[in-house]
Ligand binder design. Structure first.
Ligand code: NAI
Ligand code: BAL
Length: 495
């Protein structure tokens, strides 16, 4: 019987939740482990197994043997699709349980988990399942006595290293295309949020994905993530997380077997509001969502508002009023809550540090800036700084919290210059009612996703990833993601 979210909340109160290795032969040894906490109550809600290099090696060996046996890699795409659709159906049956796990483990508002994270997780898996039996190879132009076929083959053993901010959804963004393409996959969730990953992988096995093909190693970055990055028999790693750790994966690859690396890292996304924007009341909610959705703990967070000087004061007034009327801060289990606690005390301190630095560098605090005690956890009031210049830390560095930096401009060229004036290039939004301006500016912004008159990461059909230090090696989502989990082979038939 699927668990209801109330049952999961009770299990968490009893500290009965668990996540650990899912590797054939090793998945009943739960030790050593560390505790996982509810960010709102700061109470232990369960245990997470601390996997080591030995676990990683066992998972990779299982994945390699399964890959060479063809049990999944040589299955017809239609058969893989059938199993993955069954997986999606099982997740649908369990969607309340999965939403509750991410709410409790990550402090994400339950309404978000129920309406966005888990439905998108399920849709991602179903979408790649449906895509995989509709991709055709190519025949090259040759003389009639030759035949050149260009075929796609799975890469082999893939590692997926995940962040804590969208635990279930980021797993799906990696696992769905990697498995649909026929690879074996070793998943390493973030140490702070492993609970939903454990359940989602169990359900994949129940649906028929062979246990050797899809394995899970829980644990810390150095002890579990690093051996995966350095493993000589892993063919590719797809990573989402900080740019700093993303760089490490490039060095792991260089130090080992030149495995392919795909990185989806941080951002400092601009939101440009031109003087000819649609009614400011109409765009205000979109601007606030970009800045404060998921407590600002989002790689595509629209953390820089670049606004034309003539409309700034009016827009800021509207934004502040909307923040008072909406955006309830509180217990993530409350369906009305829009802003929950920060993921952990250390991260809260980091966000507070950025607020302090912004004040010290001369930015003008116009809203928020205060620490908020939320249950036993901590959050930060949705915060807005005006007068932020391109030289300031708040303009340049990813805060990963609910802090919006406001900068003004006077010309279109200046707006473009400011938008591009960081090392990041993940996403951007622009607001204008001039179609030609929208076309010009969207092309000039160096970012992987540019939303026009809205804030969006697109949908599952559109690729997602970054320019500059926001990304490397490929994209999540879309058919582009599927392509990076296969390699190309030429078959040349002689006459
Ligand atoms: N998508 C994004 O843009 C994300 C950005 N971040 C940023 O990164 C900061 C730190 O957050 P973290 O969760 O600590 O992200 P992180 O980049 O440290 O961790 C992401 C993943 O990498 C693993 N990892 C960490 N150190 C490793 C190492 N030395 N070798 C191999 N694997 C390693 C972690 O266990 C986790 O699974 C945040 O404050 C935020 O600024 C965090 C999560 C997501
Ligand atoms: N917003 C989805 C990707 C990420 O934050 O890591």
């Amino acid at each position: 019987m699927p668990l209801k979210k109330e049952d999961v909340f009770q299990l968490a109160r009893d500290a009965q939740l668990y996540a650990g290795a899912l590797i054939p032969g090793l998945d009943d040894d739960h030790e050593p482990h560390f505790d996982t906490l509810n960010p709102f109550t700061q109470q232990v809600i369960g245990r997470v197994q601390q996997c080591n290099g030995g676990h990683v090696d066992a998972a990779v060996k299982a994945g390699r043997a399964a890959f060479e046996s063809g049990v999944w890699s040589r299955l017809s795409p239609a058969e893989r699709k059938r199993i993955m659709l069954r997986w999606a159906a099982l997740l649908q049956e369990r969607h309340e349980e999965l939403a509750a796990l991410d709410c409790l483990d990550a402090g994400k508002p339950i309404t978000e988990c129920l309406n966005t994270d888990i439905p998108d997780t399920i849709h991602t898996i179903a979408w790649y399942a449906e895509a995989i039996d509709k991709l055709f190879g190519k025949i090259s132009p040759t003389a009639s006595d030759n035949l050149g076929l260009i075929v796609k083959e799975p890469i082999g053993v893939v590692g997926a290293v995940l962040p804590w901010n969208f635990p279930a959804l980021m797993l799906a963004w990696k696992a769905a295309p990697a498995l649909a393409a026929g690879n074996s996959l070793v998943i390493k969730p973030a140490e702070l949020t492993s609970l939903s990953a454990y359940r989602i992988v169990q359900l994949a096995h129940e649906a028929g994905v062979p246990k050797d093909v899809l394995t899970l190693v829980t644990g810390l970055g150095e002890e579990t993530g690093k051996p995966l990055g350095l493993h000589p028999d892993v063919d590719m790693v797809s990573f989402t997380g900080s740019t700093e750790v993303g760089r490490l994966f490039l060095t792991y690859s260089a130090q080992s077997n030149l495995k392919e690396i795909v990185l989806e890292c941080g951002g400092k996304s601009p939101q440009i509001v031109f003087e000819d924007s649609y009614a400011l009341e109409e765009i205000a909610d979109s601007i606030l969502s970009a800045a404060f959705w998921n407590m600002g703990e989002n790689c595509s967070c629209g953390s820089r508002l670049i606004v034309h000087k003539s409309v700034k004061d009016k827009l800021l007034k509207i934004l502040q009023k909307r923040l008072v009327d909406g955006w309830k801060v509180g217990d993530p289990q409350d369906p009305e809550t829009a802003i929950g606690p920060m993921i952990e005390p250390a991260h809260f301190e980091k966000v507070c540090g950025y607020i302090k630095t912004a004040k010290g560098e001369g930015a003008k605090l116009i809203r928020g800036g205060e620490a908020l005690k939320l249950g036993a956890g901590m959050s930060v009031e949705p915060t807005i700084f005006d007068g932020v210049t391109a030289e300031m830390t708040l303009f340049q560095e990813e805060v990963f919290g609910p802090v919006l930096a406001v900068t003004t401009f006077e010309t279109e060229a200046e707006a473009i210059h400011l938008a591009n004036a960081t090392n990041y290039g993940l996403a951007a939004s622009l607001y204008t009612s001039d179609l030609r301006r929208a076309q010009r500016v969207s092309r000039a912004i160096k970012a992987g996703t540019v939303s026009i008159n809205c804030f969006s990461e697109g949908d599952i059909a559109t690729p997602f990833g970054g320019y500059k230090t926001s990304g490397f090696g490929g994209r999540d989502k879309g058919l582009e993601a599927l392509e990076q989990y296969v390699q190309t082979k030429t078959l040349w038939y002689g006459g």
